[in-house]
Ligand binder design. Structure first.
Ligand code: GDP
Length: 333
């Protein structure tokens, strides 16, 4: 566990009413379930802990709560559940009447904030694929206003909530999870700085550091993210993993050894003068870049810079406890 020492793993608590989509989100993002398969998921009736540390670089726990939890029941240990570093993700079904959900959210946030004011509060306005395009932002505004007014009325102005429009049928759920995860990675500013330096030295337009199996990006350079670039990079990961799964190394029994290892790399040239460039950084991390063809005349330079970048990234996580920034020495064009 390079990222966080022992039991200090940040955790993500997934909460919301029954049938709001919690298990679907968890399965689609972290277990590669296809969205259509979620139609057959059984409803969650107890608190489920899903430790994804074996497949993900980001070491966090997802606690999938059943919708109707009684906070005042003695068996509900709120110190244990809300304590520590992490985020509370509250899922609201936007296709349903959401008044009950908002009451529940209000109650939950206040309860959790009292135990742990450092917890990040994230609201997924979910299943927006069923809403017409132009009503999505209105729904978000309405929910945001109601929640904020209610909290103000209770004298809790200090609580900050972030809102996201999500659906498992497109990339929005991955993008939202990326933002949530980034907030609880202490090394984020350093990663961003390293990506900026790498990009400017290598003539790269956009670079994402991906948690490969979940397709969450844990960092990107400081230029704005457009959804299309992110989707393009996600698609590239799928292609690379699919090809590796089919043609990758196998052991004697025909089992896959590794669809993704330290030599994993791929270059895809698109016919709009864009080059996609993927390199493995560590067991679970990959760098995926978008480069203009004109800046891809000297792949050797990018390769060299990448190796420096990879070393720096690994160092950032190894020396994180000593509070040191990685130092990069790159060659420029
Ligand atoms: P949970 O009880 O909160 O865990 O909810 P489930 O994950 O079991 O989901 C309830 C239903 O919502 C399932 O039939 C899912 O297929 C459906 N669902 C989940 N996410 C979405 C979404 O983004 N869009 C749509 N249209 N349906 C979804």
């Amino acid at each position: 566990n390079m990222l966080f020492p022992n039991d200090q793993k940040p955790k993500i608590l997934l909460m919301g009413l029954r049938r709001s989509g919690k298990s679907s989100i968890q399965n689609v993002v972290f277990h590669k379930m296809s969205p259509n398969e979620t139609l057959f998921l059984e409803s969650t009736n107890k608190i489920v802990t899903d430790d994804i540390s074996n497949t993900s670089f980001v070491q966090f726990k997802i606690l999938d709560f059943p919708g109707q939890i009684d906070f005042f029941e003695p068996s509900f240990d709120s110190e244990k559940i809300f304590g520590g570093q992490g985020a509370l993700v509250f899922v609201i079904d936007a296709q349903d009447d959401y008044m009950d959900a908002l009451n529940r959210l209000h109650e939950t946030v206040i309860r959790a904030y009292k135990v742990n004011p450092k917890l990040k509060f994230e609201v997924f306005i979910h299943k927006v694929d069923g809403l017409p395009d132009d009503s999505r932002i209105d729904t978000q505004r309405d929910i945001n206003k109601r929640v904020t007014d209610e909290l103000n009325d209770s004298g809790m102005e200090g609580i900050h909530l972030s809102f996201y429009l999500t659906s498992i049928y497109d990339h929005s759920i991955f993008e939202a999870f990326s933002k949530v995860v980034q907030k609880i990675i202490p090394q984020l500013p350093t990663l961003e700085k390293l990506l900026n330096i790498f990009n400017s030295s290598s003539g790269i337009d956009k670079a994402f550091l991906f948690d490969v199996w979940s397709k969450i990006y844990i960092a990107t350079d400081s230029s704005p993210v457009d959804m299309q670039s992110y989707e393009l990079c996600c698609d590239m990961i799928d292609v690379v993993l699919d090809i590796s799964n089919i043609y990758g190394l196998r052991d004697g029994e025909g089992e896959h050894l590794a669809a993704f290892d330290k030599d994993s790399a791929s270059i895809i040239k698109l016919n709009n003068s864009t080059v996609l460039y993927l390199r493995q950084v560590s067991r679970f991390l990959a760098l995926v870049c978008i480069i203009n063809e004109d800046n891809f005349q000297r792949p050797g330079l990018i390769n060299y810079n990448f190796l420096c970048f990879r070393e720096a990234i690994i160092e950032v996580f190894e020396i994180a406890n000593q509070k040191n920034d990685g130092i990069l020495a790159l060659v420029s064009n």
